[in-house]
Design a binder for this molecule. Structure first.
Ligand code: CA
Length: 558
């Protein structure tokens, strides 16, 4: 190895760069030379506090200087930095060219007593023997410190190190690339692996690793997982679905998250997504839950992707799993969207049957919903639906209106489609949602669907200036969708909501469509059908609607 080194080492500020064939890290090194003749102790203490590594130099031909290492210098450093300090110290025996013996045996004894001594080296400043090695060890002690990894007295790994290595081992499934060895002075491999999996010098995951700094989500945009994200998650699912039954049992789910600081999914998660008959999460439900997290709190997805080793599998960081969608305003202008996840706010009084309506998205019946304790319910449900041949996610967000004068927060209003739910058997119910519509949605571009819920009960006349159907007609809305949770929930209403969210500009066409299709149904249930019967659109409206939609789909493909 050719390594040129200046003969004259200046008192201060020397730049040393270790050749790249020794270590890939180039390390500018600032050297501070101290001798008792030139500086006082206070200056020394200040320098010791600032240093990353300390070299104590003694002369191999002068026993007194070696005695002063333990009698003076090491205690002085401890009294400056604290008894348990972790600044590495290197013992340097100089003038090795003058003697034909080694001081290593005495020095090894000292090393046992002072764990802060990282290593020792004998050298000659005159012949330059081992001088470059000394600086190499010094730099290595900073880059690859022992203290966080290994407790010398106990000859064992530290707890933090064990935890980190177990996580890495799980993430790599014990792959051969993860063969680790830790011995004193041979920590490069361990540190290389630890740093690659996001650990800092204190063996904590770095903030940059957990939260990549460049993620910006402009207003009006949303966050979705892309193909890379879903394929990472699917692989993870398959790895932990050990019995290959397509579901994660409670234990399999715990194992999947075992590389994370806490188990993040409580019972409410299992009530937000598809599960099997035992209540275990399916692959579909699992991917849906991640989709929901990514939509509502993308930082949390990024954080957990880091724990789960997304960044550890390549040079990418987690951002490569996320797509930031185009601003919704532009989607509306261009009449097309590339979004795959739509938010539907389900708004209505508490007793309007919203919970069962939202759980119906997951195919759960009224009886099944009644068995879920209230505290295990989530405000969100999410599932995939087919919208004109394309798979889209629909998120239902259950929002209570407690009082007739209740105000909605801006984030309770902003959504892709609003679903206003009232109980047909309660004469006061419609006024709640009618007021919400007038106050928040009548002037907005958000499509709205009223849902006449509990239609299995006897409908009553609503105690409001307009009956629901007349209200919808006046505001150019599709008439209320008749819904009941008493029978097995039907999927069509959720598909309608997703389609309205995907094609918001076609509200007028939707209205015609519904008018023609639901004439009879409305006549029976609401009993105020005269105006509707006169419209008589029938087949013509369906044809017009189909044409509009076909155009939209064609432009969406371009
Ligand atoms: Ca399983």
């Amino acid at each position: 190895m050719v390594w040129k080194f200046p003969i004259q080492v200046p008192l201060r500020a020397e730049e040393i760069t270790i050749p790249p064939d020794v270590t890939p890290e180039k390390v500018p090194t600032h050297i501070v030379d101290y001798s008792e003749r030139e500086q006082n102790v206070e200056q020394l203490r200040a320098e010791v506090n600032r240093s990353d590594v300390i070299c104590i130099v003694y002369s191999v031909e002068d026993e007194d200087t070696l005695d002063r290492v333990t009698g003076h210098w090491l205690p002085l450093i401890r009294s400056t930095l604290g008894q348990q300090h972790q600044t590495p110290v290197i013992l340097v025996g100089n003038k090795v060219d003058l003697v034909d013996y080694s001081t290593m045996e005495i020095v090894l004894q000292t090393m046992m007593e002072y764990p802060e001594i990282e290593t020792c080296v004998e050298c000659s400043a005159r012949t330059l023997k081992n001088i470059s090695e000394m600086f190499y060890y010094a730099q290595k002690a900073v880059l690859h410190p022992t203290a966080p990894l290994y407790i010398l007295e106990e000859r064992d790994l530290t707890e933090k190190c064990k935890k980190a290595l177990i996580r890495i081992f799980k993430l790599t499934s014990g792959a051969s690339s993860c063969r680790l060895f830790i011995q004193r002075g041979r920590h490069e491999t361990t540190w290389t692996v630890l740093r690659r999996f996001g650990y800092n010098d204190n063996l904590q995951l770095t903030k940059d690793y957990l939260f990549p700094p460049s993620l910006r989500v402009p207003p009006g945009c949303s966050t979705e997982l892309n193909h890379a994200g879903y394929s990472f998650l699917t692989n993870l699912f398959e790895k932990y679905d050990r019995d290959n039954d397509g579901n994660l049992s409670p234990q399999e789910l715990i194992d999947l998250f075992s590389t994370c600081p806490v188990m993040p999914w409580g019972p409410d998660v299992l009530n937000s997504v598809h599960t099997n008959e035992k209540g275990w999460i399916t692959l579909q439900g699992y991917l849906a839950q991640w989709t929901l997290w990514t939509l509502l709190d993308v930082q949390r997805t990024l954080e957990y992707f880091a724990y789960l080793g997304y960044s550890g599998t390549g040079d990418d960081n987690q951002l490569s799993a996320i797509t930031i969608t185009r601003e919704k305003r532009i989607d509306l202008q261009k009449k097309q969207t590339m979004r795959n996840v739509y938010q539907c706010h389900v708004i209505g009084p508490r007793d309007s049957g919203k919970t069962t309506f939202c759980q119906g998205l997951l195919g759960r019946s009224l009886e099944e919903v009644q068995e879920i304790p209230e505290e295990k319910l989530s405000r969100h449900t999410i599932s995939t639906l087919q919208v004109y041949g394309q798979e889209k996610y629909l998120v239902l967000h259950d929002i209570d209106v407690h009082n007739i004068t209740d105000a909605l927060m801006p984030n309770e209003v902003q959504c892709d489609v609003a679903c206003l739910v009232y109980d047909v058997s309660n004469p006061k119910a419609f006024e709640y949602v009618a007021r919400i519509y007038l106050k928040y949605f009548s002037e907005s571009s958000i499509p709205v669907l009223f849902v006449a819920n509990k239609s299995d009960m006897s409908p009553v006349r609503q105690d409001y200036i307009l009956q629901p159907t007349a209200f919808c007609h006046k505001h150019k809305l599709p008439p209320p969708h008749i819904f009941s949770s008493a029978s097995q929930p039907k999927k069509d209403i959720y598909t309608k909501l997703a389609t309205m969210a995907a094609y918001p500009r076609f509200q007028a066409a939707w209205m015609l469509f519904y008018r023609s299709r639901h004439l009879k149904q409305l006549g029976v249930v609401v009993g105020e059908h005269s105006t509707w019967l006169k419209v008589g659109l029938g087949v013509a409206a369906i044809a017009a609607f189909a044409l509009l939609l076909a155009r939209a789909l064609r432009s969406g493909e371009r």
